[in-house]
Design a protein around this ligand. Structure first.
Ligand code: NAP
Length: 253
């Protein structure tokens, strides 16, 4: 793949970790190629999408934003088809979009459970299924799914979220086995607590308490995650598949 342009699709690309991944993939000399063309998916924030496209704008880089709900298989297929048409193919899929609807189980309603499973787990099925045929046909693909530290150790008040993210790990390993013979690698990254809108909901007191359990003594940045995702998409990682890489400041060692 070296010196060619790679073509990437990133879900949840407008904010937080996804935004950092889009910027990393589109930056020059990332993933053993001069740059990657990127299509990102978002749900609601049109302004964030416009800003991101403006920020990345470069004569050599194709960058597109698509508004779609990742929970819908129909929308995923339509979006992936449109993205492939604009990009001229797909080499990389990053399943990053995700939400939280936290509550103790006694107070959690059915919708909060279903919404989180749909946005965090079914979305991974939707987008993986949608890119599979072109990746198999070209005998090349790099898929990275964003799980969470919570999938590995659980978290009170996040049973829906933890279940969805643990599901992502099972799905990742199964796909890695199904697709290895086609030169498609499938890995997961399990971030610890990362500074994004998702964790900005926490009080300073909660963040200070969390930090006590992080050996490296700080919350992570979206860029900490994006660098590892880019590595997994690079030729340096050609022999890595079915793995869950914790990027959590040592929380789960
Ligand atoms: P974030 O700042 O809340 O951003 C979420 C992104 O996903 C946004 O771009 C959002 O688009 C998009 N999105 C959400 N629901 C969507 C849907 N139904 N359809 C399409 N796009 C949707 O989240 P983040 O903190 O960067 O988290 C990114 C991923 O990392 C998630 O899977 C999360 O579970 C995981 N993670 C985060 C942390 C953390 O500490 N932050 C830790 C472990 C794992 P709009 O803005 O348009 O709604």
């Amino acid at each position: 793949m070296s010196n060619k342009t790679k073509k990437a699709i990133v879900t949840g690309g407008t904010r937080g970790i996804g935004r950092a991944i889009v910027k990393e993939l589109a930056s020059r000399n990332c993933c053993d190629v001069l740059f990657s063309d990127v299509a990102f998916i978002y749900n609601s924030c049109d302004e964030c999408a416009k800003e991101l496209i403006e920020e990345i704008k470069h004569p050599e880089i194709k960058i597109f934003g698509f508004k779609a709900d990742v929970s819908s298989l129909e929308q995923a297929q339509a979006t992936v088809n449109a993205a492939i048409e604009k990009l001229g193919g797909v080499d990389i899929l990053i399943n990053n979009a995700g939400i939280t609807r936290d509550n103790l189980l006694l107070r959690m309603n059915e919708k909060d459970f279903d919404d989180v499973i749909s946005a965090n787990l079914k979305s991974v099925f939707n987008y993986t299924k949608a890119v599979l045929k072109p990746m198999i046909a070209q005998r090349y693909g790099r898929i990275v799914n964003i799980s969470s530290v919570v999938a590995l150790i659980g978290n009170a008040g996040q049973s829906n979220y933890a279940a969805s993210k643990a599901g992502v790990i099972g799905f990742t390993k199964s796909m890695a086995r199904e697709l290895a013979s086609r030169n498609i690698t499938v890995n997961a990254v399990a971030p610890g607590f990362i500074q994004t809108d998702m964790t900005n909901k926490l009080s300073d007191e909660q963040k200070a308490k969390l930090t006590q359990n992080i050996p490296l003594g700080r919350l992570g940045t979206p860029e900490d995650i994006a660098k590892v995702v880019a590595f997994l998409c690079s030729d340096q990682a050609n022999y890595i598949t079915g793995q869950v890489i914790s990027v959590d400041g040592g929380m789960t060692m």
